[in-house]
Design a protein around this ligand. Structure first.
Ligand code: COA
Length: 148
């Protein structure tokens, strides 16, 4: 997989897999860096890095197209994001996910992130529709971080 930064023609459909709000996506694309992963010229994944505080960067969106999920691309993208942030001199990388996102919680912990907190009710009423995954209503944001 080839990973490169893009500054236009963002893969919106792919970004919407990780965040159902076009409004929020637009907001963080303005302030963050968007990277795509390609295989044979086809976009298979995306991630966005957003500087939040001095020396801290947040992975705010990561997604792999459905037909290529479960093949290791997600993990490769997360590890690439971590390495990029290190190279850019950040000291901490953060990521957040829903309490119902069991697979994502597994992925991030396998990539070195530790749970550092919970934003209670962060997702309650944030989107127009309820999000249910693994039979669990998404209401809280689990915050994870790793020292780079
Ligand atoms: N329990 C244990 N491990 C699990 C797991 C579970 N329930 N679900 C996934 N994993 C592990 C995999 O086994 C793999 O680890 P391994 O290599 O040690 O086996 C790792 O997590 C990731 O697998 P990978 O194939 O790299 O993930 P992916 O390419 O499917 O990408 C997402 C992961 C989340 C990016 C992808 O599924 C996606 O785009 N989902 C929709 C968008 C989204 O939810 N984005 C995140 C928002 S917080």
């Amino acid at each position: 997989m080839e990973i490169r930064q893009i500054k236009e023609e963002y893969p919106l459909e792919l970004l919407l897999l990780a965040d159902p709000s076009e409004k929020f996506i637009k907001q963080y694309l303005e302030r963050g860096e968007c990277y795509i992963g390609e295989v044979d010229g086809e976009i298979v994944g995306v991630f966005v890095l957003l500087p939040t505080r001095p020396e801290t960067v947040e992975l705010v969106n990561i997604a792999v197209i459905e037909q290529h999920q479960g093949k290791g691309f997600g993990k490769a993208l997360v590890m690439n994001a971590v390495n990029k942030a290190k190279e850019q001199g950040y000291n901490v990388m953060e990521v957040g996910t829903g309490n119902s996102s069991i697979d994502q919680l597994a992925l991030y912990q396998k990539c070195g992130f530790r749970i550092i907190g919970v934003d209670i009710d962060f997702f309650s009423g944030r989107y127009n529709e309820e999000i249910i995954e693994n039979g669990i209503l998404c209401v809280d944001k689990i915050r994870l971080a790793q020292i780079l």
